[in-house]
Design a binder for this molecule. Structure first.
Ligand SMILES: [Zn+2]
Length: 323
């Protein structure tokens, strides 16, 4: 019986499903990651591969002496969390896919489906840099840029489940073409993907965003592109600040590893762009890349009716893959 399972014997299987990989984890009732498995996202039959990954992790969980009580899956795109439907996910080729029902039927477990970035916001609020805050924005900056908005204690999903597409706020009139079809989007300048793409366009040879950051101060092109990225990002965060009045902005994703190299010029530029009000506190994510799958585990325990187990969760810093 599920009710008899305790913190140390209950577990969930959580999966962060991305366009290139599926990162699965078994999380027990005290929030510990017992096992992880990452597999490539196949070009087709994604739901079958996802089902198999959850089954494999359930077998591993059973071997570790814990019983899976639910599964949680987070995906990119436009997600209707209440119905468990992925309305649209371009890099998975999904449209109006009832993922929760498909997985629930195949696995015979309660299943929760969430949006990857919003669910990372759930984890940051419960366990990470947003702890204790009812009003913050998590902004993961990686290949693209998005936002999880927690406003007055509620996670904002929007009418169609598409709230928080922060990277596609058009900020530069007539600016660079974004893959989304608009011009001048924030993420066409201020993302890891944009830094790499713009460096290659300017210099004719490839650099990763990490290499661009590492060469700041000794490479004029890197300096210029970084300056433009920080300027556009500061402008975008000021739009968020004026619109939402958050207590806190949490920067996550790969680019947050730049640390002070990013935060110092970013906060200075936010301040110079705001005239009549101060800026909110800006910090780096505590959960890093694990926020999505930890959030998926939280949704799964809630789907199993085991919110009681979440109250005592603490994140073990050794689980944090964020340097
Ligand atoms: Zn765009």
């Amino acid at each position: 019986m599920t009710e008899a399972l305790t913190r140390s014997t209950a577990a969930v299987v959580a999966v962060d499903l991305g366009g290139s990989s599926m990162k699965g984890v078994v999380v027990d009732g005290s929030g510990r990651e017992l096992a992880t498995r990452t597999v490539p996202t196949p070009d087709r039959e994604v739901v079958s591969a996802l089902t198999q990954l959850v089954r494999d992790l359930s077998t591993i969980a059973a071997g570790a002496g814990v019983t899976p009580v639910a599964a949680g899956v987070v995906t990119p795109g436009s997600v209707d969390e209440a119905r468990g439907v992925v309305r649209y996910a371009s890099n998975l080729g999904w449209r109006d896919l009832p993922l929760r029902d498909h997985l629930g039927d195949a696995l015979d477990l309660p299943v929760a489906v969430g949006h990857d970035v919003r669910t990372a916001g759930v984890a940051e609020q419960l366990l990470g840099a947003g702890r204790g805050s009812d009003s913050f924005v998590l902004v993961p900056i990686g290949t693209g840029v998005a936002a999880a908005i927690v406003s007055d204690g509620r996670l904002v999903a929007g009418f169609t489940g598409a709230a928080g597409e922060f990277g596609h706020i058009p900020l530069v009139p007539g600016g660079e073409l974004c893959p989304c079809g608009q011009r001048g989007c924030l993420e066409a300048y201020a993302s890891a993907g944009a830094l790499a793409r713009r460096y290659a366009a300017a210099e004719g040879h490839a650099r990763t965003a990490e290499e661009v950051v590492a060469s700041l101060g000794s490479d004029a092109t890197a300096d210029r592109l970084w300056d433009e990225a920080v300027t556009v990002l500061a402008q975008g965060l000021n739009v968020l600040t004026i619109l939402l009045d958050p207590e806190l902005i949490v920067i996550g994703g790969g680019l947050s590893r730049a640390g002070a190299v990013l935060l110092e010029p970013l906060t200075a530029r936010m301040e110079s762009g705001l005239a009549w009000r101060g800026r909110p506190r800006v910090v780096v994510s505590e959960l890093g890349e694990s926020a999505g799958r930890l959030g998926a585990a939280v949704l799964a325990f809630r789907a199993a009716g085991r919110d009681d187990l979440l109250a005592s969760w603490r994140v073990d810093p050794s689980q944090d893959q964020h340097p």
